[in-house]
Ligand binder design. Structure first.
Ligand SMILES: *Cc1c(COP(=O)(O)O)cnc(C)c1O
Length: 360
């Protein structure tokens, strides 16, 4: 069996095969999505996720098809004219491009790949409807400190703050008084099969969506936030959702809560420390992100201009699958996911194998 250090799809969280098996045995995938049993599962998953991430009672959890879909929904439901995007890699740029595609006035601040932002020196207009931050830019391994994100509430009280946590939830500790929406898809840190995007939404976002609708804006069709809120208040969804995904996510949250989110974060930090320490001391390979303040705890990107494909093949022969560099970095970097499904022993095994690579 391979161990996947790929940053999505990723190594499955332990016991996911059992959770799927349980759902099948219970015939959960054949029952109605309007049934009491589905409502029970919806309520359980929502409650456990909120507990895991410390989400306030009055926030809602909406289920979508992917994080990519969520970008479009946030833009359609919460933006009248202007959005602002901190772009420092492929994913943050795709959200910006989505805003352009919807013919919104999208503004971006850009950082070089591998670098973080100097937020104090980056002017953001005070009249933008929405500001998006990508907590963990999976393409570059740059993690933005959440304190910086939280600071924008005071300086931009009229803008909704949205946070891409696709490859960092539930590791990132969000102050929900300072963030209006955070979202992820389950095939990254939650170690699940893809096909479920999860949006945690504040009352302010919902209010904004309702106001725009009242003013005559088309906010979408089935995944209008107002329609989703109405259904989610009844522990239901508008459409026939990814029932299996919602079921399994509840179980994964149960298991993460059992470990404890503090322990999960500490374990992530410890594995990240091992990885960075190894590559900081390697004769030829080195972490892509120089500034330690911006180094991702969940996706470690390593520069190796001459070796990436060869090393990846060497590791693959040892049943260790790491991610390739993203886009233009393919061929000169590897990306190592440090998600909760990866145990300390897996990291040790990976580093031992890299050490045995002949050209190390
Ligand atoms: C993977 C990823 C996405 C896109 O997620 P999908 O589930 O493929 O839509 C968005 N943002 C970040 C940071 C990602 O890593």
């Amino acid at each position: 069996m391979n161990t996947f250090f790929t940053p999505g799809p990723a190594q499955l969280y332990p016991a996911v095969p059992q959770y799927v098996q349980q759902a099948l045995e219970e015939q959960f995938c054949s029952i109605s999505h309007r049934s009491a049993r589905f409502q029970e599962v919806f309520a359980h998953t929502t409650r456990q996720l909120k507990e895991l991430m410390g989400v306030p009672e009055d926030f809602r959890v909406f289920f979508h098809g992917s994080a990519t879909e969520i970008w479009e929904r946030l833009l359609q439901n919460c933006v009248e004219e202007k959005t602002f995007h901190f772009v420092n890699g492929s994913f943050s740029n795709r959200y910006f491009q989505a805003a352009r595609s919807l013919q919104l006035e999208a503004i971006k601040a850009e950082a070089e790949w591998g670098e973080g932002f100097d937020f104090e020196k980056t002017p953001v207009p005070s009249d933008v409807d929405l500001i998006n931050f990508t907590h963990n830019e999976t393409s570059t391994g740059v993690m933005t400190p959440l304190e910086a994100v939280h600071g924008f509430r005071a300086t931009h009280p009229h803008s909704l703050i949205t946070l891409d946590m696709v490859s960092s939830a539930p590791y990132g500790q969000v102050d929900w008084e300072k963030v209006d929406a955070a979202y992820f898809s389950v095939q990254k840190c939650f170690g699940m099969p893809a096909g479920l995007g999860v949006l945690i939404l504040s009352p302010a976002c919902l209010e904004r969506a309702r106001k725009l609708e009242q003013a005559g804006k088309a906010t979408g069709t089935y995944h209008r936030f107002a329609a989703q809120a109405e259904k989610s208040d009844k522990n239901q969804t508008v459409e026939t959702p990814n029932m299996l995904g919602i079921y399994v996510l509840g179980k994964v949250c149960d298991a993460m809560l059992e470990q404890g989110v503090d322990a999960l974060r500490a374990e992530t930090d410890e594995k990240a420390r091992m990885l960075y320490e190894y590559f900081d001391n390697h004769p030829r390979f080195e972490p892509f992100v120089n500034d330690k303040a911006f180094r991702s705890a969940t996706v470690v990107v390593v520069d190796m201009p001459a070796d990436a494909p060869e090393l990846m093949q060497f590791l693959k022969e040892r049943q260790l699958v790491v991610g390739a560099g993203y886009g233009k970095m393919k061929g000169q970097q590897i990306r190592i996911a440090n998600f909760p499904a990866i145990r300390k022993a897996d990291v040790e095994r990976l580093l031992e194998a890299i050490d045995a690579y002949p050209r190390s």
